[in-house]
Design a binder for this molecule. Structure first.
Ligand SMILES: [Zn+2]
Length: 217
């Protein structure tokens, strides 16, 4: 389990790379896994809404998770500190892409994505593969109590300020949905404190990284 940086400045999860018929990548400030191919994205609203999709199109609807079985269609998420999470069902040839900021995480978007795959594709959570990509880490995610209250088990107050670990919160949602720890990659990279990423918290950027997954063959 690991993330590797490709020559195109895109990160790849070794867990997801084990599936021969799928392509995926977690973008940086200078690299995107999606070039000019057909792709679908959402108008992201920090919700727990997961949409089943069969056709390409930009921002075609409101929501924060996409699931598909359509061959050749990239499903993509845009982030700048929020977490991009990609899932693959190796048995049913199905995929998901999730945008998880603190509001979506509090609304249990990762759990909702797994439930949508189970409902729509008959996915078995124990066989699903997932990767939580680069995003804001607890080192840099200092929050007020109004946010921390949603994440008690994942909040650290050692410094006197509340720091939330969104990656741990989403990992917990995936594992408690039935995924196996060995099947989930978690990037150690923090987009605020690591170079090469767009970070809203660091510099209020308009830039976004693209992360995406595709059934490629
Ligand atoms: Zn950090």
């Amino acid at each position: 389990m690991a993330f590797v940086l490709g020559q195109n400045q895109v990160y790849y999860s070794t867990v997801l790379s084990s599936v021969p018929w799928a392509s995926h990548g977690f973008g940086t400030a200078t690299g995107s896994p999606v070039q000019n191919d057909a792709h679908a994205s959402l108008h992201q609203t920090h919700s727990d809404h997961v949409l089943f999709i069969e056709q390409s199109g930009e921002k075609q609807d409101d929501g924060d998770g996409l699931i598909t079985r359509t061959l050749g269609l990239w499903i993509s998420i845009r982030t700048a500190d929020c977490l991009p999470i990609l899932l693959i069902d190796p048995d049913n040839r199905a995929i998901a892409a999730v945008h998880a900021g603190w509001r979506g995480t509090a609304a249990q978007i990762s759990r909702a994505a797994v439930a949508s795959m189970v409902e729509r594709f008959g996915s078995k959570p124990t066989t699903l593969l997932a990767a939580i990509g680069p995003g804001i880490d607890h080192c840099c995610f200092e929050v007020g109590e109004e946010v921390a209250t949603h994440f008690e088990p994942f909040t650290d107050r050692k410094t006197g300020k509340a720091h939330v670990n969104l990656k741990a919160a989403n990992l917990h949602q995936l594992l408690s949905s039935g995924l196996s720890q060995a099947n989930v990659d978690v990037s150690p990279l923090c987009t605020v404190s690591s170079p090469g990423f767009h970070s809203f918290r660091r510099n209020r950027t308009e830039g976004r990284m693209v992360s995406a997954v595709q059934i490629s063959t």
